[in-house]
Design a protein around this ligand. Structure first.
Ligand SMILES: NC(=O)c1ccc[n+]([C@@H]2O[C@H](COP(=O)([O-])OP(=O)(O)OC[C@H]3O[C@@H](n4cnc5c(N)ncnc54)[C@H](OP(=O)(O)O)[C@@H]3O)[C@@H](O)[C@H]2O)c1
Length: 259
């Protein structure tokens, strides 16, 4: 069964990506491949990988074997591979079995620094047509500004650890002001899924706390990439188009960061 389609965000003014994708950390080997194929069958159209996850081959095979033309793939340059950008992009493209990568991120600020020289290599790959959109992960707003000031190009995305317990209105607004799409990782791991505020809202909508967490991301326009290898949990995590949170509910969940 294909579940309802989820809303999209547009990166760099041209690339549409779904607001709910699949995290793929630890989905490796034959079991990982099966989970990835299953997720694509369920309707996932955004897969988040990284060279560090050592599963680009499984992700690439799953997407190629699915025959689906519209799957968006994110991968990341490991920060320790700064200076070897072309080598690792070639490797990722080969393993992922694509000529053009949808979204390429710097996984962490290399050595804790913004490193505009590394960012320039990502921007060049986009100019060459080998990557559709480029961004960063685990960057501060100050580090994003440093990249923009040095190159004139602002990252399309910043992928950070995010969830109700980590809500930061100024950080979110800062991304919006700069035109950077916030993408949240570890949405479930970063959340106390038994918190009564969360379970109460879930009961109100007859959904699971995990679905409320994912829907909360959608309400804020933040991309969520929950990881699951289990078909039932994959299906539920993505099935968030059938309900909406009220403004009060969103505010109550935002408040978990202060709890
Ligand atoms: N940029 C970065 O530095 C960075 C860092 C960490 C993660 N990430 C990305 O973000 C993705 C998601 O983050 P994450 O994997 O750390 O954590 P997560 O998605 O918050 O949580 C994943 C864990 O929750 C379980 N789970 C998933 N759905 C569930 C459900 N409905 N009910 C109960 N348990 C459920 C999963 O187990 P099952 O698989 O058994 O369901 C897994 O153990 C990663 O896979 C990766 O792609 C990026």
């Amino acid at each position: 069964m294909t579940l309802p389609t989820t809303p999209v965000r547009t990166l760099d003014g041209t690339l549409d990506v779904p607001l709910v994708g699949l995290g793929t950390y630890a989905l490796r080997g034959a079991d990982g491949y099966r989970s990835l194929r299953g997720a694509l069958d369920l309707g996932y159209r955004l897969l988040d990988t990284a060279t560090m996850y050592e599963n680009e081959d499984e992700v690439g095979r799953a997407v190629a074997d699915s025959g689906l033309p519209d799957v968006r793939i994110t991968t990341k340059l490991h920060h320790e591979h700064a200076g070897r950008e072309e080598e690792f992009l070639d490797r990722s493209l080969r393993l992922l079995r694509v000529d053009v990568l949808d979204l390429w991120l710097i996984h962490w600020p290399p050595g804790g620094q913004a490193r505009p020289d590394v960012w320039e290599r990502l921007v060049a790959a986009r100019a060459d047509g080998r990557v559709r959109a480029v961004g960063v992960s685990n960057y501060s707003l100050a580090q994003i500004d440093e990249l923009t000031a040095a190159t004139g190009v602002t990252p399309a995305v910043n992928q950070v650890k995010w969830g109700p317990a980590r809500f930061d209105a100024a950080f979110l607004a800062g991304h919006r002001e700069r035109g950077v799409v916030l993408e949240g990782y570890s949405p479930l791991k970063s959340t106390d899924l038994s918190d009564p505020v969360l379970t109460g809202i879930a009961a109100e909508h007859d959904v699971t706390p995990e679905q409320v967490v994912v829907r909360w991301h959608v309400e804020h326009g933040v991309i969520a990439i929950p990881k699951s290898g289990d078909p039932g949990r994959q299906a539920r995590n993505r099935d968030v188009a059938g309900f909406a949170l009220t403004g009060d509910e969103v505010a109550a969940l935002d408040g978990l960061a202060r709890a």
